[in-house]
Design a protein around this ligand. Sequence first.
Ligand SMILES: NC(=O)c1ccc[n+]([C@@H]2O[C@H](COP(=O)([O-])OP(=O)(O)OC[C@H]3O[C@@H](n4cnc5c(N)ncnc54)[C@H](OP(=O)(O)O)[C@@H]3O)[C@@H](O)[C@H]2O)c1
Length: 225
Amino acid sequence: LAKVAAAGIETQIGLLEEEAAAANRQFLFAVRHRRPRVVLKAAFSLDGRIALPSGESQWITGEAARREGHRLRVDCGAVLVGRRTVELDDPQLTARIPGVVNQPVRVVLDPHARLKGTERVFDEQAPTRHITGPIDLPALLSDLYESGVKGLLIEGGAVTAGSFLRAGLVDRLEMFMAPKLLGDGPNWLQGLGLNALADAPSVQIQETRRVGGDLWIRADFGARG
Ligand SMILES: NC(=O)c1ccc[n+]([C@@H]2O[C@H](COP(=O)([O-])OP(=O)(O)OC[C@H]3O[C@@H](n4cnc5c(N)ncnc54)[C@H](OP(=O)(O)O)[C@@H]3O)[C@@H](O)[C@H]2O)c1
């Protein structure tokens, strides 16, 4: 700076600081906290359900919302699911967007090593971390950070989402709400174990937008988002 000023060039610092911080939010968060920024994504009906009691769940939201979901995978750089989602839905968890070069790292929580290894998430389309044995979430996040992961998209299911929320390790919610009523069936979140309303985690809604026929709600957990 001194050199530039000495050369007679007008200099100012701090310009567009907020915009720059917002554009680099994930990177700055990860470096400051030494863990990836965690985004929890869910798609559900107006009454908060992710499936029918029969288990039928694909697809609740429309095509436009699903496309946004693929974009979130790219933006985060890593995607995580629980063992039951792999068993029941067999998702591939890649970002199916033309031109994407770096596919997200896929992370599967399977403490008892129940998965066969032949599921689609273990194919050759993207790298996969199969986490077995006792799972310590803060340790897992710091391990992912050390391997270069700066953002992590939790894509379910309900038990996995609940475990990250209970540990206070979710920074942002990306919710896609479909204009449908399912009436019965599982909720997108399980196992918060609350006994008092005063303990209910609350978020700040940052943005709501229509995507196709669905509603997109983006919300942050306080200053952490
Ligand atoms: N609509 C949506 O947005 C959406 C997205 C994804 C999934 N889903 C639906 O969600 C359902 C599955 O959800 P689910 O709640 O039953 O199961 P899940 O969250 O997919 O998997 C739960 C299992 O993963 C392992 N696990 C997760 N978190 C862990 C932690 N912190 N520590 C240790 N192990 C952990 C455990 O495996 P073990 O039991 O082997 O110990 C646990 O029982 C499916 O019906 C699927 O269709 C919906």
